[in-house]
Design a protein around this ligand. Structure first.
Ligand code: ADP
Ligand code: MG
Length: 143
């Protein structure tokens, strides 16, 4: 398992980093960790562009929907658990079934429910280090 670090200076650079990692993401949950506005959803735009050829505008925060499914047929899940408060609520939206699917499940705010994820769940942490600068730390993605 690798640990990788990137520094980006624009949303476009974050999308490029995400594109570069997209095909290495394993099936199942990957936690996207970072404050509001860090760039988690921007990262998903890069993954969806690389895996599915989706235009950036088709990827938005599932803050209210909770889950976005991308691809026809579905090949990528994108969750935002910001509005959920308990692990029971998260289980209630069907994450166990989603975790068993053979494609990646990118989860924003999933670290708030640590007991729900398998022990070696990969993490992508995005830290705002300047107006348009971000540090992206990737842990647990297979080589
Ligand atoms: P989150 O999902 O973490 O709340 P978003 O991806 O929705 O964050 O928003 C990130 C915001 O930060 C966007 O407005 C984006 O344009 C801006 N931004 C500025 N610089 C960067 C960068 N280097 N990487 C990603 N986003 C950036
Ligand atoms: Mg978001």
């Amino acid at each position: 398992m690798s640990s990788l670090e990137f520094v980006t200076r624009s949303p476009e650079e974050t999308i490029a980093v995400a594109r570069g990692l997209a095909r290495r993401l394993p099936a199942g949950p990957v936690l996207l960790i970072g404050n509001l506005g860090a760039g988690k959803t921007t990262f998903v735009k890069g993954v969806a562009a690389e895996l599915l050829g989706l235009p950036e505008r088709d990827v938005s925060s599932p803050t209210f929907a909770l889950i976005h499914e991308y691809g026809e047929p579905v090949r990528l899940y994108h969750l935002d658990l910001y509005r959920l408060e308990t692990a029971g609520e998260v289980l209630g939206i069907g994450i166990e079934e989603m975790m068993d699917r053979p494609w990646p499940m990118l989860v924003e705010w999933g670290e708030r429910f640590p007991n729900l994820w398998p022990r070696e769940t990969p993490t992508i942490r995005i830290e705002r280090i300047g107006e348009a600068q971000r540090r992206i730390h990737v842990e647990g993605i297979p080589q």
